[in-house]
Write a protein that binds this ligand. Sequence first.
Ligand SMILES: [Zn+2]
Length: 483
Amino acid sequence: MLLYNTLGRKKEEFTPARPGKATMYVCGITAYDFCHIGHARSAVFFDVLARRLRYLGYELIFVRNFTDVDDKIIMRANNEGRDWQEVSNTYIAAFHEDMDRLKVLRADVEPRATEYIPQIQKICAALIAAGKAYATPSGDVYFRVRAWPWYGCLSGRSPDELVAGARVTSGEEKQDPLDFALWKTAKPGEPFWESPWGKGRPGWHIECSAMSAPWLPLDIHGGGQDLIFPHHENEIAQSEAAGKVTLAKYWIHNGFVQINAEKMSKSLGNFTTIRKILESYLPETLRFFLLSKQYRRPVNFTLRGMDEAEKALHRVYSALLEAGVVLERGKWQNVDLSKDMQRKWASLSQACEDALDDDVNTAQALGQIFYQARLINRLLEDKNLRACEGGRKMLTEFVGRAIDWERQLGLFGSPPGVFLVELRDIRARRKNLDMESIADLLGQREEARAGKNFVKSDELRNKLAELGVTVRDTREGQVWDME
Ligand SMILES: [Zn+2]
């Protein structure tokens, strides 16, 4: 499998340090608010990467941390008159709720910064002893950037370039404006831990160096592109200067989410939480939408894009449902499909695998799945093809592949009938349709049909169509759906 390594800026064959085993550390959230769509993108992508590695047979240890003490958490707690731990616990629980709905599997290890205070202090002490860090008279500890010659290896920003933009805020006792905090003296009223440098709390970057330490060397270290600098650059400097080991071999970063082409950022005020989006769309629709772009590219979040994702899901699930129905009824003639059809069918499945092997290109993989659904629809529309032995094979494979897609992508794993009803209902809710009046119209139509009053039944069908409701008559009675 090829992965794009930010360190080196090229695709590289994934070769873990220990054959058959893989370790992956992904920087998690700072728990001070509900997760927005940017968090969803990162979580869904790394979930797919984890699923893919397991699918390929790697024994994976996946670590994703929580930052549970931080300025923003403390500020929120103070503003709301709550305890800071209550704030972080609330939003960690909310993270789990949202991600469970998105079928993002829990990480194997989910450490919290506050559980690693002794380890954090140990790294600080080791860095001070090695001359790579220093404590100030007021009890802050800073990393000495100039003492680490490889600083900038990940982001490509050299200290000399950085120095122009660096500032020392008044009150800071940095020896060099480039230096960054490892340990901060607690201000009055802030949470603190005792340390050799006085009462204080960890800086942000150091916590990941401590929480990843039990799993070194990491095969994969990941996060959003916004973490490349300074967070990941600083992590490398701290971990490697303290331990003289490589922190991670592959650095994987996902792209931004933009909202209607504006960069996703809370400060811009275009804040869209996962739970808000899931009031109007199914979780699988959001997941499909996020995976429909290659993970390194920016994603532009629009409602039109979500509607398109929904249509694509509808198409694939309808094909799965119909394939299942035909397979159940099955009477098969001993005829095979054309060589052309067979070849096309086999190549689509391989193309899906190839796309995932090429830097987890879910956009292309989904495209291939979509083509498969289209080919299945062509088969289903043809009375002869759907009744032949070759058709049976193709339908069986298609239904079977859905299990693979679920394992790797977390998509298409719901029972198709159940999914399509959920999709129909959420579309109806989005249109503010009155479900009782729809049920009433459908009931009237059923009666009209039973009484063989086809004029009236057609009138009712048109009335329903005006509301965006389509009706199909099947052996089991009428089935309705939403446009
Ligand atoms: Zn981190």
